[in-house]
Design a protein around this ligand. Structure first.
Ligand code: PLP
Length: 372
């Protein structure tokens, strides 16, 4: 199997599995208990927290662990609304955000919040004039992702945060696909990240919060995470996230150069009939979202069972609906259904990528021959 679905999830790094092993097998004490084992586990969690904080790379804030980035995003949005000053009732976000943001916003609209969804241009980047026009003193929060999970485009987060701050609003950045891959610019007040996108374990995420911008607690109970997010932490998952974050920080240059080489291999190996979806420049290049006229992308995936790739986000692939991101770029239903996403990274070999891309190209041509 050639794995080209790095945006859905990434392989667990061997160093991460090794760091987690003792916490999964031997050390089982509750990290919130005052026993010696508990204190050791709590200390390991603090080391992990520092490593995640360092990988995020922003100053003036702190990290709380969550059960996923989806939870971190729900918490940030719902907890910010709960603490909103009178008169600030509007959330501004982008039409191409992840479902964790869009669906939380829809839920909040059901509770009385005002929503503005900003359009994107044909290259997938937010329309800056629409952003400026949407901002006034009624806006509580602007939510924007750093790297889009479906098409890889990189939003100008520093500009968006500065625009939000000019009207006194908070800025939430979904940096799930950016962490370890591109620098997180200074500016956001809240940042959501996830371990399994950086070669860490699943079911652990984190919310970075600027001091003073902490949302109201979302999960109540034993008062863990400074009373902000209750629930017993898993030392194994936290340590795994910390190890993954440390590796991502240490290998940032190396991983970046590898991904650049892979992008060149993939674009060179592909026939000229393929078009890249979204900006090719303002992009994380481990995300190769492409389309080809007349392609039945769903059939291509089932024809090539030993290459793992997807139609867009894992969620969009399951629903059978054309991707909301590709539609927001102005693509027709048909063009969206002719698009595939190839995601590669640290453990992808150049030869296997070229092999997979060549097979994808050949299978797409075969579809065309049958149709002709
Ligand atoms: N935001 C983005 C951009 C994502 O790609 C994902 C995962 O697919 C999430 C949020 C949700 O992350 P998690 O799987 O940790 O809930």
């Amino acid at each position: 199997m050639i794995y080209l679905d790095y945006q859905a999830t990434t392989p667990v790094a061997p160093e991460v599995a090794e760091a987690m092993r003792p916490w999964a097998e031997e050390h089982f004490a509750n990290p919130h208990s005052p026993s010696r084992g508990g204190r050791e586990a709590a200390a390991a969690i603090e080391v992990a927290r520092d490593r995640v904080d360092a990988a995020i790379g922003l100053s003036g804030g702190s990290v709380a662990f969550t059960g996923s980035a989806t939870e971190a995003i729900n918490w940030a949005l719902k907890g910010a609304v709960e603490k909103a000053p009178t008169g600030r009732n509007r959330i501004v976000t982008i039409a191409t955000e992840h479902a964790a943001v869009l669906d939380s916003c829809e839920w909040l609209a059901g509770q009385g919040a005002d929503l503005t969804f900003l359009p994107v241009q044909a290259d997938g980047l937010v329309d800056q004039s629409a952003l400026e026009a949407a901002l006034d003193e009624r806006v509580l929060l602007v939510a924007a992702m750093l790297v889009n999970n479906e098409i890889g485009v990189i939003h100008p987060i520093a500009n968006i945060a500065a625009a939000a701050h000019r009207v006194g609003a908070l800025m939430l950045c979904d940096a799930v696909q950016g962490l370890g891959r591109v620098p997180i610019p200074d500016g956001p007040d809240l940042v959501a990240v996830s371990a399994h996108k950086i070669h860490g374990p699943k079911a652990i995420g984190a919310l970075w919060m600027r001091k003073g911008a902490e949302p109201a607690p979302f999960i109540h109970g034993g008062g863990q995470e400074r009373g902000l997010r209750s629930g017993t932490l898993s030392p194994a998952l936290c340590v795994g996230f910390g190890a993954a974050a440390k590796l991502a920080t240490e290998r940032r240059e190396q991983d970046h150069e590898h991904v650049e080489r892979l992008w060149t291999c993939a674009t060179t190996a592909l026939g000229s009939e393929w078009i890249v979806n979204g900006s090719a420049e303002e992009r994380y290049r481990g995300n190769f979202n492409i389309r080809r006229d007349g392609l039945d992308a769903a059939r291509l995936i089932s024809d090539l069972r030993d290459v793992a790739f997807s139609l867009g986000s894992a969620c969009a692939s399951g629903s059978g609906r054309p991707s909301h991101v590709l539609r927001a770029l102005g693509l027709s239903d048909r063009e969206a259904r002719s698009s595939i996403r190839l995601g590669f990274g640290r453990y992808t070999g150049e030869d296997e990528l070229v092999d997979a891309v060549t097979r994808i190209d050949a299978a797409a041509r075969a579809q065309q021959d049958i149709a002709a």
